[in-house]
Design a protein around this ligand. Structure first.
Ligand SMILES: C[S@@+](CC[C@H](N)C(=O)[O-])C[C@H]1O[C@@H](n2cnc3c(N)ncnc32)[C@H](O)[C@@H]1O
Length: 301
């Protein structure tokens, strides 16, 4: 027993012993050993090392790094997850910046994309112009869209809705992290099933990838939840349900604003016409790549 605990202590001392490395040499060693034929961005490696060592990335280069064997093991594991298991960097770091906020992300939610900031900007513009008070972020995921809207305009109440309980749990954490507990609340619901009150504006970035496109997605995107990507055969299933139902959850002259896939504007206009024509089409906003990205509808009076 004594012998065992002596060995154990020796092992623990060893893994927590400090080792000094020159950072450039450390990265070169890792690359030479594991990443010979891999396209590598040093910045990503630095972000992972900084994350594990809990150091600001920009301070890493100032001097040599001192790490324990245990930290080295964790760094190697995370680099392996990133380069060989195709886990997105944001899941490894547990964080994504979006609009003017920082969000916790994990494998249960879509990583918020910069394209979706156009949806946030557009919603804020309509909220300010119309003095709107209440909003639903349908299919909220991490909560990024609804929370960034809440944080950057005078909206009073934002209801963040998702069918995934794991997403709702995370959105709740992001509400606290971004100090909007006075404005935002989460509802777990299959679209509008558990929604009781009407609002002034509904925004949504629903799953909109078609069955065909799902097969062509990048290996990192495929690590995001299927529930967040799969929009059915044509990618339009959830849009259709939201367009049909949202008329009952919008106040008079309320707005329905969607993020869309670059080919989907006409499809959404047609769905509206086919299912009651309850909305007037207002505008489509393009992204930096000049693709259709956000469409705005207004409820007819
Ligand atoms: C494309 S992700 C968007 C997440 C977030 N709005 C964003 O832009 O980062 C779509 C989200 O819709 C949710 N979702 C899928 N089907 C749903 C349904 N029937 N009712 C509510 N949410 C749903 C998924 O769980 C996922 O979080």
């Amino acid at each position: 027993m004594k012998e065992y605990s002596k060995k154990n202590n020796k092992f623990i001392n060893h893994i927590f012993k400090n080792f000094s490395y020159n950072l450039n040499e450390y990265i070169k060693l890792y690359k030479d050993k594991y990443l010979k034929n891999v396209d590598v961005n040093n910045n990503d490696i630095l972000r992972i090392i900084a994350f594990v060592l809990k150091i600001d990335k920009d301070k890493l280069y100032v001097k040599d790094i001192t790490i324990t064997l245990f930290q080295k093991f964790i760094i190697n594991k995370k680099l392996n997850d990133y380069y060989f298991k195709n886990i997105p960097l944001q899941y490894i770091l547990g964080e994504q910046y979006f609009f003017k906020e920082s969000y916790i992300v994990n494998k249960n939610v879509l990583i918020p994309r910069s394209d979706s900031e156009i949806l946030v900007e557009t919603a804020i513009k309509y909220i300010n112009e119309n003095n709107f008070n209440t909003l639903i972020d349908m299919c909220t995921g991490s909560g990024a869209i609804g929370i960034s809207i809440a944080n950057n305009c005078n909206i009073q109440t934002c209801v963040l809705v998702d069918i995934s309980l794991d997403a709702i749990k995370l959105a709740n954490k992001n509400i606290v992290k971004n100090n909007v507990t006075n404005k935002c609340l989460c509802v777990s619901s299959n679209l509008f099933n558990n929604i009781k009150n009407k609002v002034d504006i509904i925004v949504s970035n629903p799953p909109y990838i078609s069955k065909e496109e799902l097969l062509t997605l990048d290996k990192y995107v495929l690590k995001e939840p299927k529930l967040a990507l799969d929009g059915g055969e044509e990618g339009l299933d959830i849009y259709k349900r939201i367009i049909i139902d949202s008329v009952n959850y919008l106040n008079e002259n309320g707005y329905l604003i969607f993020e869309i896939g670059y080919k989907q504007k006409e499809d959404l206009k047609n769905i509206n016409k086919e299912f009651g024509n309850n909305f007037e089409y207002i505008e489509c906003i393009k992204d930096l790549g000049n693709n259709d990205r956000v469409v705005v509808f207004k409820k007819r009076s």
